[in-house]
Design a protein around this ligand. Structure first.
Ligand code: DGL
Length: 258
């Protein structure tokens, strides 16, 4: 493995591009190859085994690109496949994501924390274990938000009225929440709007920066951080009609509005 080999990043579709944007911001010299599986999106409402199989397929595909590490930029895929993938590919650093419940819980005890995620993430063992650690001292409200995944994939983020109505529907389930954890990478695209809709005392937390810190730490340990040139981003999608939208979403997250 070489420092200028790319980092492979994947998601069930376009959500992981929010992680790509954070990666590019925090580690600008890294080459990145992104695979979005929009043709088979969503993962969050599918059976566990099916999603697990998709993940193995995608990792095989990324391995062909000589990746030096893989970021599972999807909380759902991480819940069902990260451990098995690590067993299968011990030579590769595989960095997963989980809803940032821990950072929220450590900010204030006791507190009321709403976790927005996919249905599959919320019902998986991984999240149950996470809940067990914090539910004694905190009130945790679980909210499955499939519509937020759908609107991103359908390029509907500019439909403000629709977006607001959907967000409000989920907010109505979060009475008393002091924190909202965005436990799905698709949800990051709503963060700006969400902050405008909620009370200013409510904090919105996500795991993107924490994930990139972990990537940096693991690559640094192996002396694999790329230092010497501006990083490239190459985007692939199982639905080739999503490539233009992918570019648009990365720009949106990087604050470059068209
Ligand atoms: N972006 C994914 C996540 O972080 C899941 C979206 C989906 O396919 O349901 O969980």
């Amino acid at each position: 493995m070489k420092a200028n080999d790319p980092i492979g990043v994947f998601d069930s579709g376009l959500g992981g591009l929010s992680v790509v944007a954070t990666l590019r911001q925090m580690l600008p010299y890294e080459n990145i190859v992104y695979f979005g599986d929009s043709a088979r999106n969503p993962y969050g409402t599918k059976p566990k085994q099916q999603v697990r199989d998709y993940c193995f397929e995608i990792v095989e595909h990324l391995k062909q690109k000589s990746v030096k590490a893989i970021v599972i930029a999807c909380n759902t895929a991480t819940s069902v496949a990260a451990n098995d993938l690590r067993k299968q590919y011990p030579e590769l650093d595989i960095i997963g994501m989980e809803p940032a419940l821990k950072p929220a819980a450590t900010m204030k005890t006791p507190s009321t924390i709403a976790v927005w995620a996919t249905d599959l993430t919320l019902k998986e063992e991984k999240f149950k274990h996470l809940m067990e650690r914090y539910e004694q001292d905190h009130t945790i409200i679980r909210v499955a938000c499939p519509k937020l995944v759908e609107l991103v994939e359908q390029d509907a983020l500019d439909q403000t009225e629709l977006v607001d109505r959907v967000l409000q529907g989920y907010l109505d389930q979060c009475q008393g929440a002091e924190f909202i954890v965005l436990g799905c990478t698709h949800f990051l695209f709503y963060k700006e709007r969400l902050l405008q809709l909620i009370d200013k005392n409510v904090q919105v937390i996500d795991g993107n920066a924490g994930t990139v810190n972990r990537v940096r730490f693991l690559l640094d340990q192996k002396n694999l951080l790329n230092q010497d040139e501006e990083g490239n981003l190459s985007i692939e999608n199982s639905d080739s009609t999503k490539l233009e939208l992918s570019e648009k979403l990365v720009k949106k997250m990087e604050g470059k509005h068209e």
